[in-house]
Ligand binder design. Structure first.
Ligand SMILES: Cc1ncc(C[n+]2csc(CCOP(=O)(O)OP(=O)(O)O)c2C)c(N)n1
Ligand SMILES: [Mg+2]
Length: 540
């Protein structure tokens, strides 16, 4: 065995999930060793796609994602997806060949590159320490929730390796919450008249514990966008807090006298630049990382620890009380709790469909057991707000870096993590064409995916940002592109939707046999920008 093979075998033995990559000479042996160790490998067509697939896979499977790339350009191509993963604290391991000779065409400072985007750089430097390095990379990825670049210098990869490459997965430590902090939060919950819980990424594993505590404290339930669906089915679920919040959710969150953020930073998106949190409300954050307590909307009290463990400890200390809950409020949540309950004027016409009508139509047609991935752009709120998801495992939102073009690869990674669900990719025309290299991957893998393109023939976000000020828009508008024909050329089924009646084509595909992916090329109305975009531009 050589060192490259030992890396793959050792990583497989740690229990990583699927691996995604583009294979070149510098990652050929390590990738084959992963496969030999039982890891599923998915060949992407662009390393940017591979990184995003691995990120989405890790988020939706709860396992460590692996990316495998060639030295130099393989890594630079992956960078945008890796930045998204690093910012989202996704446990990811990137295996990269490394040309250490400066004369090599492939040479760059790979460690500096990783560090610059928030990843952790490590290197395998000899046959003797290869197993311990792999184990350490795995530990850092899981325990510290980091994206780790494990550089594999070409000369070291080729060195002979003696001895077993199987490592025991390292033990992962878990923090114990402080008794005093938990006691103080119990006191606040026992005194609050109108408590609201906002759960974020760090709470996605803790539905049961949070619901039980909320039942005792009389709290209403909301999530950040990345945790959408976590409380689906609860009569007290307000859905997403922030730019995508319904008018009812915004009203009730603003009315809270205690906001408890569970694994949630309360950033400008989740709080509409802080305006959803009343100045008089007490704010508590429960988070593994105490650095979160003072960032964004600062906490009056910070409780360090795992969300589920803290909620469980609190449940033993909080006496049942009605809190914010009443039969009248339950009736309002039932009647006004979803975006589709909010009346609007359908602007469909002239061969274009209102994106709200499109999204509601798809929500009605597509099976509930779905996993929805969203790209970035003006369109993004429509699927986020009008297409429902069954639970927190039904929504994959790769928006920490706000890059367009990640949506399709996100849907692929999510689909690999949850083969039991219908994957739905919601894209703008700009993001769709930027990430289109992976359309062949969708077809090749036989994923029964629905890809919806909200086509306004423009970088709509820019059009609506600058258009009202009279700026020229020729750099951000495009002639019509026949996306349905492009999709058919790749082997997809496709329907072009220019009005509500055309959704019948989607219904036909849903009826079966679903033997190829479906691209829904929706020509959407675009007279005005979306209301969440107004909010977004405040952050620029
Ligand atoms: C990689 C990258 N390039 C550029 C941008 C700037 N940007 C933000 S939204 C957007 C337009 C996206 O167009 P489209 O996907 O068609 O969605 P739309 O806004 O039209 O709904 C652009 C170019 C970005 N966020 N990321
Ligand atoms: Mg567009």
């Amino acid at each position: 065995m050589i060192v490259a093979e030992a890396v793959g075998r050792a990583l497989a033995a740690c229990g990583v999930g699927a691996a995604f990559g583009v294979v070149g000479s510098g990652n050929f042996h390590v990738t084959n060793a992963l496969v030999a160790g039982g890891v599923r490998f998915v060949a992407a067509r662009h390393e940017g796609g591979a990184a995003t697939m691995a990120d989405a896979y890790a988020r939706m499977s709860g396992r460590v994602g692996v990316v495998s790339v060639h030295q130099g350009p393989g890594l630079t191509n992956a960078l945008t997806g890796l930045t998204e993963a690093a910012k989202s604290r996704t446990p990811l391991i990137v295996l990269a060949g490394e040309a250490t000779e400066v004369q090599s065409n492939f040479h760059i400072d790979q460690a500096a590159l990783a560090t610059a985007v928030g990843a952790v750089a490590m290197r395998v430097t000899s046959a003797e320490e290869v197993v311990s390095r792999v184990a350490e990379a795995y530990r850092v990825a899981v325990e510290e929730r980091r994206t780790v670049l494990l550089n594999l210098p070409l000369d070291v990869q080729a060195a002979p390796f003696e001895g077993p490459a199987d490592v025991m997965p390292p033990a992962i430590a878990s923090a114990v919450p402080s008794v005093a902090e938990v006691g103080e939060l119990a006191r606040l919950l026992g005194a609050a008249e109108r408590p609201v819980f906002i759960a974020g990424r760090g709470a996605r594993h803790a539905r049961r514990e949070l619901e039980e505590l909320a039942d005792l404290a009389g709290a209403l339930l909301a999530t950040s966008a990345v945790a959408k669906g976590l409380f689906r089915g609860s009569p007290w679920d307000l859905d997403v807090s922030g730019g995508f919040a319904t008018p009812l959710a915004a009203e009730l969150i603003r009315g809270a006298d205690l906001v408890v953020a569970w694994g949630c930073a309360l950033n400008m998106w989740t709080t509409r630049h802080g305006t959803l949190v009343s100045p008089g409300a007490k704010v508590v954050k429960v988070d593994l990382d105490p650095a979160a307590f003072k960032t964004h909307v600062p906490a009056d009290l910070g409780v360090a620890g795992d969300v589920a463990r803290v909620a469980e400890a609190l449940a033993a200390q909080v006496a049942p009380r009605p809190g914010y809950r009443s039969p009248e409020l339950a009736a309002r949540v039932r009647a006004e709790g979803r975006w589709r309950d909010v009346p609007y004027e359908d602007e469909s016409g002239g061969g274009r469909i209102d994106p709200r009508t499109l999204s509601i139509g798809l929500d009605d047609l597509l099976p509930q057991e779905r996993i929805v991935a969203i790209d970035s752009g003006n369109f993004m709120g429509y699927p986020s707000m009008f297409v429902d998801v069954p639970d927190e495992g039904g929504f994959c939102f790769t928006q920490a870096f706000q890059s367009i073009g990640l949506g399709l690869a996100t849907a692929i990674g999510a689909a690999i993590a949850r083969p039991d669900r219908l994957p739905v990719a919601a894209l703008g025309d700009g993001g769709a064409l930027m990430g289109i290299a992976e359309l062949e991957t969708v077809v090749r893998l036989g994923l029964p995916m629905v890809i919806v393109v909200y086509d306004d023939e423009a970088y709509g976000a820019e059009v609506h940002h600058f258009g009202p000020h009279g700026h020229p828009l020729g750099t951000v508008t495009f002639p019509p592109a026949d996306l349905a024909a492009i999709a058919r050329g790749h082997g997809c089924a496709a329907v072009t939707v220019g009005g509500p009646g055309d959704l019948a084509g989607v219904a036909e595909w849903v009826d079966g046999p679903r033997d190829r992916p479906l691209l829904v090329h929706a020509k959407v109305t675009a007279e005005h920008g979306s209301w969440w975009l107004e909010e977004a531009f405040k952050g620029h």
